[in-house]
Design a protein around this ligand. Structure first.
Ligand code: C2E
Ligand code: MG
Ligand code: MG
Ligand code: MG
Length: 288
């Protein structure tokens, strides 16, 4: 630090930088306390088959139900968890809870779980996920793991072996946020993906922007020529859903279908749809 004089020093000790570091520290300490205290929870976002309109599964999205600061979103804790080595513990906690909660839902419903770039550096990641499935008795065939392109770019070697271990167990792999990273096409050839997810930046602007529409069209065609189902994320309106159906996207999710929900609301939705085959009785349901 003593080496950094002049300009750098001025930037480093700038008040806003100091506040950022304090905030980061506060988040880190909060997570060290909050993970074992059970403050983190999986929220569930509906994934819809666009042609039939039927629910086919949920994406699991982590939320921090902070006792005093309210609901905290992933962008405010995932990067910190990655930096300070807590991502593995957090991910394991959220997965275990989601597998346990979703185990008795309709067996046709899948769960999609996000994995961070930092986790793809862990050579034991696949074994950890498989162990969690065994412990919670959640079928591998109902699990899809979402990986972003950026993650692959950094760790192609380990990522390849993690993906093949997961696939050997019958777990499916989706390429998340497609279109925003580097060398997308090379990744599609190098790795045995089961699904492509079109980044929501293209989807939300599909009716306002010709380039976005052209990109969604191109990705959809690419998916169909590779034999991969395509999911569009960020479907905010009925008009967007209609445009996507016209382009041939197969699945979708977004606020038009529903925002990510806590377990209580998710169970009520499933009960309404009559898809809850053998979940816990109303009386023991834990509301969050
Ligand atoms: P993602 O995997 O691309 O997830 C989709 C994000 O888009 C979610 O944000 C979701 O709430 C949001 N979204 C869904 N539909 C719409 C829509 O119609 N309009 C708009 N504007 N947004 C929509 P969220 O929950 O804040 O998560 C952000 C990112 O954080 C996720 O992006 C994912 O990369 C990461 N993340 C979330 N949970 C976890 C987790 O448990 N582990 C890891 N490693 N990453 C996670
Ligand atoms: Mg995702
Ligand atoms: Mg995404
Ligand atoms: Mg995204």
């Amino acid at each position: 630090a003593a080496k950094h004089q002049g300009k750098n020093r001025a930037v480093w000790f700038d008040g806003s930088m100091e506040r950022m570091l304090e905030e980061r520290n506060r988040v880190e300490q909060g997570m060290r306390r909050g993970i074992p205290a059970g403050e983190f929870a999986p929220y569930y976002e509906q994934q819809i088959d666009l042609l039939t309109g039927k629910l086919h599964g949920f994406e699991v999205l982590a939320r921090w139900e902070h006792p005093t600061r309210g609901l905290i979103m992933p962008e405010d804790f995932i990067p910190v968890a990655e930096e300070c080595g807590l991502i593995s513990e957090l991910s394991e906690y959220v997965m275990r809870k989601a597998f346990t909660e979703a185990r008795d839902w309709d067996q046709g419903l899948t769960l999609s779980v996000n994995i961070s770039p930092a986790q793809l550096k862990d050579p034991w990641l696949a074994q950890k996920i498989i162990k969690l499935l065994t412990e919670t008795n959640f079928p591998a065939s109902r699990l899809e793991i979402e990986i972003t392109e950026t993650a692959l770019f950094d760790n192609l070697g380990i990522a390849q072996s993690i993906i093949s271990s997961l696939k050997n167990q019958g777990i499916r792999i989706a390429l998340d946020d497609f279109g925003t990273g580097y060398s997308s096409l090379a990744h599609l050839r190098a790795l045995p993906f089961d699904r492509i997810k079109i980044d929501r930046s293209f989807v939300t602007s599909i009716n306002d922007d010709n380039e976005s529409a052209a990109i969604v069209d191109a990705i959809t065609r690419l998916g169909s020529s590779l034999g991969l189902p395509v999911t569009a994320e960020g479907i905010e309106t009925a008009q967007i859903a209609t445009s996507l159906k016209d382009l041939g996207s197969m699945a979708g999710q977004g606020w038009h279908y529903g925002k990510p929900m806590a377990i209580g609301q998710t169970r009520r939705l499933l009960a309404d749809k009559d898809m809850l085959t053998s979940g816990p009785k109303k009386g023991v349901e834990k509301e969050t």
